[in-house]
Structures are given as structure tokens and as C-alpha cells.
Design a protein. Structure first.
Length: 98
């Protein structure tokens, strides 16, 4: 749970940043990368997870707007030297390709 006096979106926005694929490899190896559809706001999705909005997060998974990163993703990211916007919602790392 978050402190009701804290602006979670502002906090998450301050923690988000650009990262290249090599910086995510160890998180991928642990199965902790969640891909966020590029049409969604990364911070809003992270906020849903922080605030434990399970129904909304479940709907995003069902609609395939959120998904765990797969081996095919890693192969492509390595080949293309992909950059991402990322934010940590422990234990997950939410990413969007740039």
C-alpha cells in the first residue's frame, strides 16, 4: 500500500527513465520484465500495479496490452540494440520500446 499523502504518479515518473537492452538482461533472465503496450501510459500502468488495482491489471493482460517478455523479444532486442522507457514496480521492471 502507498502513503495516501504521496503522489504515486509523480514519484514513479521521477523513477522512470531510458535504458538500453544490456541494462535489462539480468532482469529478463529472472523473468521480471513486463512489456507495456506503446499505446498505454507507462506511469499510469505502473501506478495501477503499485495501488494493487488487480482487476484493471488483469484486464490489460487479457487484452494483451501487458505481457511477460519472451525469448523472441530478447533475441530481437539484442539484434536491434533496443532502447526502452522503464520503471521498476518491484519485483517487476515495466518496459516500453522507444
Amino acid at each position: 500500500m502507498t502513503d495516501p499523502g504521496v503522489d504515486t504518479g509523480l514519484l514513479l515518473n521521477g523513477q522512470a527513465g531510458k535504458i538500453e537492452w544490456p541494462g535489462l538482461v539480468r532482469h529478463f533472465a529472472r523473468g521480471m520484465i513486463i512489456c507495456v503496450d506503446c499505446k498505454l501510459d507507462l506511469i499510469e500502468v505502473a501506478e495501477l500495479m503499485v495501488k494493487d488495482q488487480a482487476d484493471q491489471v488483469s484486464t490489460l493482460y487479457q487484452d494483451k496490452k501487458l505481457r511477460r517478455a519472451q525469448d523472441d523479444d530478447a533475441i530481437r532486442w539484442e539484434a536491434e540494440a533496443t532502447e526502452f522507457w522503464a520503471v521498476v514496480v518491484a519485483p517487476w521492471v515495466l518496459v516500453q520500446e522507444i
